[in-house]
Every structure is written in structure tokens, then in C-alpha cells.
Write a protein that binds this ligand. Structure first.
Ligand SMILES: [Fe+2]
Length: 304
């Protein structure tokens, strides 16, 4: 896995074909200086923000609904300040990504943004929620159906770097470990029935997710990697420092990653359609289809 460093001037132009290829196969694109502006006031609001009393992993913002979660709504002034600052980050990150990666922007789905105000080193969370264990991403509540998870991160810590450790990319990991995590099987009538029931329950407002075989596998693989002590101990590792005011872009469903320390990072996620990729054959779903020997993609609408 490699980190491609781009300076301010390069950030003003669109990514080259080589950049798209490198991103899609697991490398990171790194800007030592964030290529868009966050004001001093926005920094100050986010660094001083207080999470609400219940435990939240992050403060989240959903651009499609302009919805903020993770800040106590009873403290209206604080809620509004954080809402404005996180919305500003989300808008500027989306605008930058649309100009830097226009190929994806035509059909991507803009997902959540988040602010991560908790120190990552030594956090006490359930094993499957730990960020310090190497994993690939899959969202339990939002199956991607084979589309790709692209994320842009920004470290706004005034003094300290954010530290990541990465290992091999999805294709390398899949050939070694996917069998142990149980490869997807061809859909059966039971799967069809389960999917129908999940969709029906979801229409009734119940929090049930219709997760297709691809997303079932990716979630299993996420858990397998985090739960395997041997993998965590023995896998090849690279350590990366992201200093204050740096930004980086990664397909986190391909780049295995962990965050071992750091506090105060911002992030915006995009779901990139399979059809927009330069290398659709390198998408995890295509790799799994070759390994398992049958198609995993289900037809989906443009808004899915
Ligand atoms: Fe992750």
C-alpha cells in the first residue's frame, strides 16, 4: 500500500487516470495541506464541541437531510454551532471531491459526514467497534450492494498527528482469508424469503436491513479480521502519520486500515457506483464473484 502525496497546486486540477487506478486498488491520496478552507471559528467550535450524554462513536451529519446527531439538542446554541461547522466541512469536502474526482461525482451517492472528537488510543469499546484493529469497512445499516465506499478524512487536531496502520488490500486479503470468513453462497429460496420479509418489515418502520449476500460477506469479513488475533499480530503493516491540517482520500472497502491514535478528525463518505470505476474488475464484489463463481450483484435503482 502506498501514499501518493499531492501539493496545493495539484489539488486544483482533477485527478489523473493513474490516481483513479491507484485509489481503486488500495493506495491513498494525501494532501499535506487540506485543499479547502475551514475557518478559525469552525475549527474552534468543533474542537470545543461536547457530545451528548449517551455514548456516541462520532458526531454525524447527514447532508441529504441536513441532520446532525451526537450533540445534545437541549443545548440549542451549541447544537446550532456544531451543525453549522459540520455542514460547512461536508459542503466543502463534497465540492472539492466533485472537482478532484469528477468521474465518480456524476453518479455517486453522498453519504454521512462525521466528526471524531474522542482520542482513539485506549478507547474502551466493543471489539467489533474498535478502530485500532485492522479491517475493511462495511456499513451494517447501509448495504452498498457492491458499490464502493470512498472517504475523505481531515485532521483538525491543532498539535498532534492522526496515526493509521494499514495492511494489504482487499484482493490480497480475500485470497488469503475470505474462505475462512465463509465466502458467499449462491442465493437460495430461503435467502429470497428472508429478503422479502426484511423489506416488508422495513416498510412497517422496523429497523430491519435487507442485506444482500455481498454485504453479508463484507460485514462477516470485517468481523473476521478484527476478531482474528493471528491476523492482527502477523499481517504485514505500514504506519502512516497524518499531521495537523492534512487530508487524505481512501477507498476503505479495499484499503485495510486501523487508527491507533489521534483526536479530532473530520470525514465525509461517498458511495461510488460500480459503473463509474476505472477498474470495475478490482471492486471487492468483482473479486468475490471470481472467487465464488457466481454473480453477487442484484439489480438496483439509481437511487439505491
Ligand atoms: Fe474503518
Amino acid at each position: 500500500m502506498a501514499r501518493i502525496t499531492l501539493d496545493d497546486d495539484r489539488a486544483k486540477a482533477s485527478a489523473s487516470e493513474a490516481h483513479y487506478r491507484r485509489l481503486e486498488t488500495g493506495d491513498m491520496i494525501y494532501f499535506p495541506r487540506t485543499p479547502f478552507v475551514l475557518t478559525a471559528e469552525e475549527h474552534a467550535v468543533l474542537l470545543a464541541s461536547k457530545q451528548d450524554g449517551s455514548f456516541h462513536k462520532n458526531i454525524s451529519y447527514r447532508p441529504a437531510e441536513d441532520r446532525l446527531r451526537g450533540v445534545d439538542p437541549k443545548d440549542r446554541a451549541e447544537w446550532e454551532r456544531v451543525h453549522r461547522a459540520l455542514r460547512a466541512y461536508s459542503e466543502r469536502a463534497i465540492a472539492f471531491m466533485a472537482s478532484f474526482l469528477p468521474r465518480y461525482a456524476q453518479e455517486w451517492k453522498v453519504d454521512f459526514a462525521s466528526f471524531r472528537p474522542i482520542e482513539e488510543a485506549g478507547r474502551k469499546v466493543a471489539l467489533r467497534s474498535r478502530n485500532d484493529l485492522i479491517h475493511i469497512d462495511n456499513f451494517p445499516s447501509r448495504p452498498s450492494h457492491g458499490d464502493r465506499l470512498l472517504r475523505i478524512f481531515t485532521n483538525i487536531n491543532p498539535d498532534r498527528p492522526r496515526i493509521w496502520v494499514t495492511s494489504e488490500n482487499f484482493e490480497q486479503l480475500a485470497w488469503r482469508y475470505a474462505g475462512k470468513a465463509r465466502l458467499p453462497h449462491p442465493p437460495t429460496w430461503i435467502d429470497a424469503l428472508r429478503s422479502k420479509a426484511a423489506r416488508l418489515l422495513a416498510t412497517l418502520g422496523l429497523p430491519v436491513v435487507d442485506r444482500p449476500p455481498y454485504d453479508q460477506f463484507m460485514l462477516r469479513f470485517h468481523h473476521y479480521l478484527k476478531e482474528s488475533e493471528a491476523f492482527q499480530r502477523d499481517c504485514p503493516k505500514d504506519r502512516w502519520e497524518f499531521p495537523p491540517d492534512s487530508t487524505w482520500i481512501v477507498f476503505t472497502d479495499t484499503t485495510s486500515h486501523s487508527c491507533i491514535s489521534g483526536q479530532y478528525a473530520l470525514e465525509q463518505t461517498f458511495i461510488v457506483r460500480r459503473e463509474s470505476l476505472v477498474f470495475p474488475d478490482k471492486a471487492p464484489i468483482a473479486i468475490l464473484e471470481r472467487m465464488s463463481g457466481f454473480p453477487l450483484g442484484a439489480p438496483r435503482s439509481k437511487s439505491a
